[in-house]
Design a protein around this ligand. Sequence first.
Ligand code: NAD
Ligand code: DAU
Length: 352
Amino acid sequence: MNKINRKILITGGAGFIGSHVVRRLLTSYSNYHIFNLDALTYAGNLENLKDIETLANYTFIKGDITDEAFISSIFKTYNFDGVIHLAAESHVDRSITDPLAFVKTNVIGTMNLLNAAKEVWNENFNNKRFYHVSTDEVYGSLGETGLFTEDTSYDPNSPYSASKASSDHFVRSYGETYGLPYVITNCSNNYGPNHFPEKLIPLFINNIINKQSLPVYGDGNYTRDWLFVEDHAVAIDLVFHKGKNQETYNIGGFNEWKNIDLVKLLCKLMDQKLNRKQGESEQLITYVKDRPGHDLRYAIDANKINKELGWKPSVNFEEGLDKTIDWFLENQKWLDNVTSGEYKEYYSKMYK
Ligand code: NAD
Ligand code: DAU
């Protein structure tokens, strides 16, 4: 085994995307020690990391990024060489009912990490890097045409996207003001194994399994650009190692779907897998009240990361959806665990 010569802090590593990033880095870089800092909110789940949790170069730290003193102390204890920051409140609908929680975690939490990194690195930034994982939602909404590029102006519409936009600005400002070496990526909608069933695809998979209604917001003609989560983890690995400091990269799937078309495809695939009559699950579709401030369309121009770093998505959508559905069908226990307790309360309030 290689000698450990880099200590990397990943925040939010027990969540959906974070768990794939932790696994990717742990299995690709045996000279790294990976520290996964996560508060284990409703969205954090150590089951997501069962297969790697006993590796010698892995440490889980339960902790909250909003706790300034705690964050400062772990930076002093470990003096990380790099940070990949994913911890966040991530669901738009929850941000509409509790915006302040999003300011606390996404803005104040990010500030605490920036301050701790600045303090402990003490302007000796050689080989150090602060990587902030962000979202395409900071750019607001597209009309029927056009793509988000790295130069698109910020125009966030939900409390979630406003909090992510704010944290992006703070990261950039620490680069400009203090010389902190940073990279930011703004990615489109992810899907795949371990996705928490409050988001469209896993929520609908779970509801189809249980023959529950499929609540499509508004007329269903909203468009998202879907990317398989492992492709996002590959992109994060690449940007962390090869991206240029003080740069932003957009990451996307070149894969736009109107919600209603995606839901119909999901129904068709699930009917096949569950040996149900074709058309059976489509009957569960129910049009419900729209999300307030609902962004019409997101679509990413991912040409910069393609040209500069050679990244492009490797999993096509039908293959990715197929893998995702299989994962949920094979992991019914995971689904049962995360849909008991708090989830039931959330669901009945949200979809009453
Ligand atoms: P998630 O909600 O599945 O996971 C978030 C993780 O952060 C959880 O493990 C949770 O326990 C942890 N966390 C939350 N608050 C914390 C706190 N105060 N302190 C420490 N840990 C805390 O989210 P996700 O979908 O995996 O998203 C991860 C990151 O990627 C977020 O920053 C999100 O904005 C960004 N992003 C997500 C998508 C997407 O489609 N899911 C797309 C682009 C960008
Ligand atoms: O674009 C990246 C963003 O994608 C990430 O930054 C967010 O963390 C992530 O949650 C996701 O945000 P969206 O709001 O696009 O994802 P969500 O799965 O909540 O919704 C996808 C679309 O489906 C959106 O148009 C709203 C719609 N929808 C969603 C739910 C949960 C429904 O029609 N019904 C639903 O019940």
